[in-house]
Design a protein around this ligand. Sequence first.
Ligand code: TXA
Ligand code: MG
Length: 317
Amino acid sequence: MITSNISYAVKALNQGDLVAIPTETVYGLAGSAFSEHTIQKIFELKNRPFSNPLILHTHSIEEVLKFVKEIPPNAMKLAEALWPGPLTLLLPKKSIIPHSVTAGSDLVAVRIPNHPVALSLLKQLDFPLVAPSANPYTRISPTNSKMVYDYFGDALPIILEGDVCSKGIESTIVGFNDNTPVIYRQGSISIDAIEFIAGKSKLLANIKEKVTTPGMSPMHYAPRTRFQIVDSIPNFIEQNQDLKIGVLTLGKKTIEKSNTTCIHLSIAADLHEASANLYKSMYDLDDMHLDCIIIEKFPENGIGKSLNDRILRASFR
Ligand code: TXA
Ligand code: MG
């Protein structure tokens, strides 16, 4: 059921059930972080390996301090500047956080989402929520409630309505080596913004080197249709007239060929608008029985780097 009634969600979560919740990044598949049984249900419903840890969601820095041993100075700067928001911090966990949440690690990933429905829900609960993105493992993360329903149907009794996710890609995950920020996952907050607040950072995993840390699996964000990054959309179409092609474009250019279906990510070529539209557009094209979906790389600045990371992962086979 898709509902706007937060009290239904409070009741279900108190009983140990799962609820899909809206956040500003993507919808999450939420449950109590303090119930082993609930945590197990999340992994099972997503068909996700237990080795892939979960993000803890809560509503204030005071709450975070109940769950972590310390917040390094640069982490605190980021928290104060960017929370609530699409920032996840990796911090040393207190023993109150189960190892099933962190897949055995002594670090827990924590975030305060910037969404009125999620924040209101979190304030009404006596426990934090763990919430991976609300998609089956390796599928595209959902950015509206209907995508969640399409994925799970009635296996998920409550999907909280929260409109379309304004950011549209996942949070940026930042850990710390001493006090130096380490980017574990590029996301909705650009590396430039992190560095402006906390100084020079290191990028942990480079997809081109196929380094895999928990959750950095290249297949993470993939449509089932072949997804290809091309140098030139018009050239690719010209050279592949026998294919049914889905096209994702940035800017004004329109492709009008009978064998193509074109979705504009942002006519104004605004990278934030493109980010908000990316997953839904990939998902819609994926349903159209096309031979392939093509896209050109985004400009490699600001959030464009995170978008390029996502499309590179989606193109991995
Ligand atoms: O925007 C988001 O972060 C969304 C919304 C729902 O909050 N959540 C999300 O969760 O993207 P998920 O589970 O789909 O991705 C979480 C990522 C995974 O790649 C996981 O491996 C990594 O965070 N992660 C979580 N805990 C970690 C830990 N203790 N150490 C290293 N990586 C961790
Ligand atoms: Mg995910």
